[in-house]
Design a protein around this ligand. Structure first.
Ligand SMILES: C[S@@+](CC[C@H](N)C(=O)[O-])C[C@H]1O[C@@H](n2cnc3c(N)ncnc32)[C@H](O)[C@@H]1O
Length: 270
């Protein structure tokens, strides 16, 4: 994975939060929140919290008096999250790499992570860190995107960019967000890290956006795909966004857009 795949900075965090979160992340954040709340944790760690989609959903579902540490590798993502949720004294925001958690052993009842595991270069190591900071009866709740073919709008956007850059297509979406969905591999990685009680489920939803232009802006400018397009030709970001909008419009029309999204939701215990 190129280093740029994990950089969510510059203009990305704001566009990510405003456009992409409502389109594809919020619905899965509600599901993670339900699963976390079902465990009634007193101490909770979130990894790869991004701009706080899950943090907001989980915080709304949990009582006063809990301790909730929300972390992410990229400080600019957390800055957006903290600004949106400034008045909740249960939450501490902290920059942290999921593969080297700055916490002691057995500190947390639950660790959660939404659409972050695909970004860890060494997942067994990251899961080993989760195991270390979890209490013996703790639970790790996380999700990953399923294959890109089951995530319709992202698939169509990637295909449109392949036509625009035929010699060297930007493949961020295939390689990273949609690059870790084999259930046997996920289970094997968790087992190698020491987890034993593992449940893995596929969850389909519908993503909705007001227009094709909205979808194109979200995907091309609110994710590290932006850096990949700019690396090919910095002046082509808007042209690439327009190309994707045109492709989405051709399939879904000029009004509101809908498309299937699919994720894999995992709970693991020791
Ligand atoms: C697709 S976003 C998901 C963000 C958030 N959980 C959500 O649901 O909107 C992936 C996140 O993983 C973070 N990330 C990438 N590599 C990481 C690492 N090694 N440790 C922790 N976070 C990481 C990125 O900064 C980004 O915020």
């Amino acid at each position: 994975m190129p280093d740029t795949d994990k950089v969510f900075a510059g203009s990305i965090p704001k566009i990510y939060d405003e456009y992409l979160v409502p389109m594809i992340f919020a619905v899965y954040a509600e599901e993670i929140a339900k699963r976390v709340a079902a465990r009634s944790p007193s101490t909770l760690l979130e990894i790869a919290a991004g701009t706080g989609a899950v943090t907001r959903a989980v915080a709304a579902a949990l009582p006063r008096g809990i301790r909730y540490v929300a972390t992410d590798l990229n400080e600019p993502m957390l800055a957006v999250a903290a600004q949106r949720q400034a008045n909740d004294d249960r939450i501490t925001w902290r920059q942290a790499d999921g593969m080297a958690l700055p916490f002691g052993d057995s500190e947390f009842d639950v660790v959660c992570c939404q659409f972050g595991a695909m970004f860890f270069p060494d997942r067994v190591k990251a899961y080993g860190e989760v195991k270390r900071v979890l209490k013996g009866d703790g639970t790790f709740v996380f999700n990953v995107w399923d294959r890109i073919e089951d995530n319709v709008l992202t698939h169509e956007a990637t295909a449109a960019l392949e036509r625009l850059f035929p010699d060297d297509p930007p493949r961020f979406m295939i390689r990273t967000p949609h690059g870790y969905h084999d259930k046997a591999v996920i289970r094997g990685d968790l087992e190698r890290a020491g987890f034993r009680d593992i449940s893995i489920e596929t969850r389909s939803e519908i993503s909705r956006a007001p227009s094709a232009e909205y979808v194109a802006l979200a995907l091309c400018q609110g994710t590290p795909l932006r850096s990949e397009i700019e690396a090919r030709d910095a002046g082509k970001l808007q042209a690439a966004t327009d190309t994707v909008a045109e492709a989405i419009r051709a399939r879904h029309g000029s009004g509101p857009v809908e498309g299937k999204i699919q994720a894999i939701v995992i709970e693991a215990r020791l």
